[in-house]
Design a binder for this molecule. Structure first.
Ligand SMILES: NC(=O)c1ccc[n+]([C@@H]2O[C@H](COP(=O)([O-])OP(=O)(O)OC[C@H]3O[C@@H](n4cnc5c(N)ncnc54)[C@H](OP(=O)(O)O)[C@@H]3O)[C@@H](O)[C@H]2O)c1
Length: 346
């Protein structure tokens, strides 16, 4: 049995769901894998760098008072004074850092620097933040390998274990192309519009479900889907594709009448991501609204559901669907990466 010190960099919707899930799965982790854990670090823009090597109480972190950023709640859970990520990791004696700050699609910062600092400090890193994969996947993978640490990111794309599936179960396949619906927010907005509600109603409903990016413009303008497309291509096709090489169009330009008519005709609009190897060996990638026929493998995705169809040299069509994933699904991606990162150490 070993106790791991966990640090959360970012503590919004996903962080809260992860703390709850860790509590819920404690017995399984202890009994099946010999893993105990305690939270020794917590950092957000408003709360600052909070560390306590003895452990912070989950209940205090989940309290409304902490969420409101009250300094009295923070002093009660034990504030020590780190002023930057490296001091914080050291004060918290971090074994595993969860990087779950907001996506910054254009540079991936400061998340890339957070991950670099954690790997250099000797911690494993588990992230839900796609920016790290898009902007620094090769560098961070090499750094993790050189330190004998894990850098895992199954929670970044589509709420299904895509990266571990390829890593563990599909050795020596060549991915030729993929298509998918990777963004829940646009799925919810389009369905609300099909029901006669407004675009703004759809955004509000997606925010209520907790599935939007911190700034929902990243969803509706296709940034989130483009970043996921880029992450998948970078890792699974081993292609150094950059975000600006992806043709990107969101759903703002869709007319509500057209959206309703497309649904009535049985070919509803979805925000579709696609990437394929060209004859010249490049990756051509695009994100945009497309009408999907009922017999298309992507038709399975409604509302918040997500789907990916892979074309592999061996398996011509492999489709994965996450039916109505929620924050627990994202949290589970982080939890399973945590277990996989440390299971050999117990
Ligand atoms: N929500 C989902 O369904 C979902 C699914 C898969 C992946 N993800 C990814 O998971 C990550 C977190 O999502 P979320 O829904 O939990 O976001 P969120 O609710 O908006 O929370 C973001 C958290 O990150 C903190 N933060 C942002 N920038 C920071 C910085 N520079 N330094 C320190 N803390 C910072 C925020 O602190 P303040 O509040 O103090 O600003 C907040 O605690 C994102 O990268 C997102 O793309 C989310």
């Amino acid at each position: 049995m070993k106790t791991f010190n966990l640090c959360f960099l970012g503590f919004g919707n996903v962080g809260h769901a992860l703390v709850r899930l860790l509590g819920e799965k404690s017995a399984e982790m202890r009994e099946e894998y010999g893993i105990e854990w305690r939270i020794t670090g917590m950092a957000t823009r408003r709360a600052g760098w909070i560390a306590s090597a003895e452990g912070l109480a989950s209940e205090s972190l989940l309290s409304a008072e902490f969420a409101a950023g009250s300094s009295s709640s923070q002093s009660r859970i034990g504030v020590s004074p780190p002023t930057n990520v490296r001091e914080w990791l050291e004060a918290a004696r971090c074994d595993v850092m969860f990087e779950i700050t907001s996506l910054e699609p254009l540079t991936g910062q400061p998340a890339v620097e957070h991950v670099r600092a954690a790997l250099e400090s000797g911690a494993h890193v588990v992230t839900a933040n796609k920016g790290t994969i898009v902007h620094a996947y090769r560098e961070l993978r090499a750094l993790a390998l050189s330190r004998g640490r894990h850098f895992l990111f199954d929670a970044t794309v589509a709420d299904m274990p895509v990266f571990s599936l390829f890593r563990e179960c599909l050795p020596a396949v060549r991915l030729q192309a993929f298509r998918g619906i990777f963004n829940s927010t646009t799925g919810v907005i389009l369905e609300e519009m099909e029901r006669g509600r407004t675009f703004a109603d759809g955004v509000r409903r997606a925010q209520t479900l907790g599935v939007t990016e911190t700034d929902p413009a990243y969803d509706v303008d296709g940034w989130d889907a483009a970043v996921k497309t880029c992450a998948l291509a970078n890792v699974l096709m081993d292609a150094p594709l950059s975000l600006d090489e992806i043709e990107r169009e969101g759903i703002r330009g869709l007319d509500a009448e057209d959206v309703r008519a497309a649904r009535a005709a049985g070919r509803p609009y979805k925000l579709v991501s696609r990437a394929e190897r060209t004859a010249e060996g490049r990756i051509a990638a695009r994100v945009g609204a497309e009408q999907i026929a009922a017999d298309d493998p992507l038709a399975a995705a409604g509302g918040t559901s997500l789907v990916i169809n892979f074309e592999l040299d061996i398996l011509p069509g492999l489709t994965l669907t996450a039916h109505h994933p929620d924050l627990r699904s994202t949290a589970y991606g982080l939890l399973s990466d945590f277990i996989n990162a440390v299971r050999a150490e117990t």
